[in-house]
Write a protein that binds this ligand. Structure first.
Ligand SMILES: [Zn+2]
Length: 237
């Protein structure tokens, strides 16, 4: 499908489901620290607070997503852990991050919950568990046991929203999702596209564009940041 046609489909769909994956995760190289390290989280907070130009291409990509959701009944699912959706000011009621965030921590004792560390990192204050003072770990899916308290409420809202989309004209746009956690976006999106006869599914991926569904489903073999750049150009024409 041509980009112009994708844009037309996006414009005419009242319902929009967006999946955001790895290609849009702020890279370790950009941040200048190892992934999932405290240093990464700290640098990310600093970039968010005062060095925004370092992540300009990402910010532009998210701004384009913001334009696409205008006037839509939408939901956004991300497997990324960089809290970019929150940072870019997306409506918290319409996003869900099932894989967690490196700007949030959990205690080994799950009943101690999860806590935000952004302000503490910026102020060089303690990021230990506020209840037992033990050192916390990132509230991300790769840390087991994973405390799901960080996203479950939003997940319930998402699944209820999905139920309301059945048989509605809908566009699914999957941006740069890999195979790390295919049960969150890749496989469910294929299933939704298969079931909803009024849906159109566009999967954008530079290296993994393959698609299991045949009808009303299109692959774009392109990096998601570049794809959104092209869409942005078309929007501005
Ligand atoms: Zn604790």
């Amino acid at each position: 499908m041509e980009y112009q046609e994708i844009l037309e489909r996006l414009k005419e769909s009242p319902v929009l489901l967006i999946g955001i994956g790895r290609e849009l995760q702020i890279s370790a190289k950009t941040v200048g620290a190892m992934p999932d390290s405290v240093e990464y989280a700290k640098r990310l907070c600093q970039i968010f607070a005062k060095e925004k130009t370092a992540i300009q291409p990402y910010q532009d990509a998210y701004q384009t997503i913001k334009k696409l959701i205008e006037q839509k009944d939408y939901f956004i699912v991300t497997t990324n852990t960089d809290s970019m959706l929150e940072h870019m000011g997306f409506d918290k009621e319409r996003i869900v991050s099932p894989c967690g965030s490196v700007l949030r921590m959990q205690c080994e004792e799950l009943s101690h919950g999860v806590w935000d560390i952004e302000e503490a990192l910026l102020a060089d204050e303690s990021i230990a568990c506020p209840i037992c003072q033990e050192q916390g770990r990132f509230n991300i899916i790769t840390n087991k046991p994973y405390n799901e308290a960080g996203y479950l409420k939003q997940w319930e809202i998402y699944t209820r929203w999905l139920q309301r989309t059945i048989n509605r004209k809908m566009m699914l746009l999957e941006l740069g999702e890999g195979f790390e956690t295919p049960t969150v976006i890749r496989w469910p999106f294929e299933k939704i596209a298969f079931i909803n006869q009024k849906s159109t599914f566009v999967r954008v991926n530079r290296t993994l564009p393959q698609m299991e569904v045949r009808e009303r489903a299109y692959s774009v073999k392109e990096d998601s940041i570049n794809f959104l750049g092209r869409i942005s150009e078309l929007l501005n024409q």
